[in-house]
Design a protein around this ligand. Structure first.
Ligand SMILES: Cc1ncc(C[n+]2csc(CCOP(=O)(O)OP(=O)(O)O)c2C)c(N)n1
Length: 407
């Protein structure tokens, strides 16, 4: 196992002192270490992996220093365009060292959204003609590998990749982030949302009653008539918590689309669902990191303004699902951005009470709505993962949409 400190020392020795990227669970100890020990202008937690490549390229242009870009292999998609049309030797030929967390590595158990990406990771690098090496766990071998990579990049100005298997790094927990003191965390907020939005249907078939904090939840299964609601939830712990909440409430999962991969794209999916099905209420439950990753989607949704779409961002100012590294979520005016993008009803909540009022207003509004909920980061230690496959989730969700809403 490599200690993040030792890896940073080796990078520094090879004059790699600029970092940009999007955090990953396999790299979380290293990401946490550089968050705590590298100046914030030299470790930029980027909106997406493509941005990170561009930051490293800009740094090289200005200083001649090679930067390191860290990412989960799922971020290779976001990075592909600048890798091939900016830093590639057939274009500007700019060296950058990629550090890629290898989720879904063949032979290791992983979640469905990582299997295909893991299988094709090395093939993608080969197709892009990016030389790579799997980062050795042994510190002497690691040092040798980094030195060779640095020499190759200095001689050729080509990018180079280090691919990181599970458990290569260890031993470091993020220190430098101060906790917030909001009333809720993400799961509290979700619980409240799920119990409050329920189903608008005038004549729902109720199968049971459960009481949430201050609300009565009427759970429904099967066919409903009148309006119905669906949820498109974002990648990471949001979807995992939503799944477990439904289980806890003895509700089905058919009205939730759990976007387990494809971070940042829940909003666009929800937008198209809302446009195609104006008879259904569509709630997108987003994260601040996911919103930032593809924030352009907000402008498109705002311009289209589907009246039946409500976009809820649970803002914990962090990439909580992969180690808690900060996002810009607490430092930007999300509501201002939503308003300027064309959202008609823009709300915020920090307490249970404010959340109840805000959700009531969203529910009763016939305009495109936006709600920012500020929460503390953190999750239960025993949080599980969806036990239904993505394909089952898709089938049940489509079946629900077919049967719902139409009276
Ligand atoms: C393209 C891509 N890059 C990185 C990841 C790894 N990843 C999964 S969840 C997550 C953090 C999401 O942060 P946020 O949306 O703020 O939600 P939170 O985890 O804080 O609830 C990241 C970076 C990913 N799934 N896809």
């Amino acid at each position: 196992m490599i200690q993040p400190k030792a890896f940073l020392n080796v990078l520094n020795k090879n004059n790699i002192k600029f970092f940009a990227g999007v955090p990953d669970s396999l790299l979380k100890d290293f990401c946490a270490y550089i968050k705590d020990n590298v100046d914030k202008n030299r470790n930029i937690i980027a909106a997406n992996e493509g941005n990170a490549i561009a930051l490293a390229a800009g740094h090289y242009l200005a200083t001649g220093e090679i930067g390191l870009v860290y990412m989960q292999n799922s971020g290779l998609g976001n990075a592909t365009n600048p890798l091939l049309s900016l830093v590639d030797p057939m274009v500007y030929n700019i060296p950058v060292l990629l550090l890629i967390g290898w989720r879904g590595e063949p032979g290791r158990n992983d979640e469905p959204q990582h299997i295909k990406q893991g299988k094709v990771t090395l093939g993608l690098l080969e197709a892009m003609e990016i030389k790579y090496k799997i980062l050795p766990e042994d510190e002497i071998d690691m040092e040798c590998t980094v030195e060779k990579a640095a020499r190759y990049m200095a001689e050729t100005e080509n990018p180079y990749a280090l691919v990181v298997s599970k458990n290569t790094f260890g031993g470091y927990k993020l220190r430098s982030i101060e906790g917030t003191e909001y009333e809720l965390n993400r799961e509290d907020a979700l619980r409240h949302i799920v119990s409050s939005i329920g189903d608008n249907s005038a004549t729902v078939l109720t199968t049971g009653k459960t009481s949430g904090d201050s609300n009565v939840i009427v759970s429904t299964t099967g066919k409903t008539s009148g309006d119905s609601n669906v949820i498109v939830s974002t990648t990471g712990k949001t979807s995992r918590e939503l799944f477990e909440l439904r289980e806890e409430l003895n509700q089905g999962h058919e009205r939730d689309f759990l976007t387990v991969g494809s971070m940042g794209h829940s909003l666009s999916m929800a937008t198209a669902i809302a446009l195609a099905r104006p008879d259904i209420g569509v709630y997108c439950i987003d994260g601040d990191g996911a919103l930032l990753m593809h924030m352009g989607g907000l402008a498109i949704t705002g311009n289209l303004s589907p009246k039946n779409l409500k976009h809820i961002v649970i803002n914990n100012g962090a990439h909580d699902s992969v180690g808690g590294q900060p996002t810009a979520g607490f430092n930007i005016d999300m509501q201002g951005i939503a308003k300027a993008s064309g959202y008609k009803l823009v709300l915020q909540a920090e307490t249970k009470k404010e959340l109840s009022v805000a959700i009531d207003r969203l529910k009763n509004s016939t305009q495109l709505g936006f709600l920012e909920i500020k929460v503390n980061k953190g999750a239960r230690d025993n949080l599980g993962r969806p036990t239904i496959t993505p394909i089952k989730n898709k089938k049940e969700f489509m079946k629900f949409l077919r049967s719902a809403g139409k009276s």
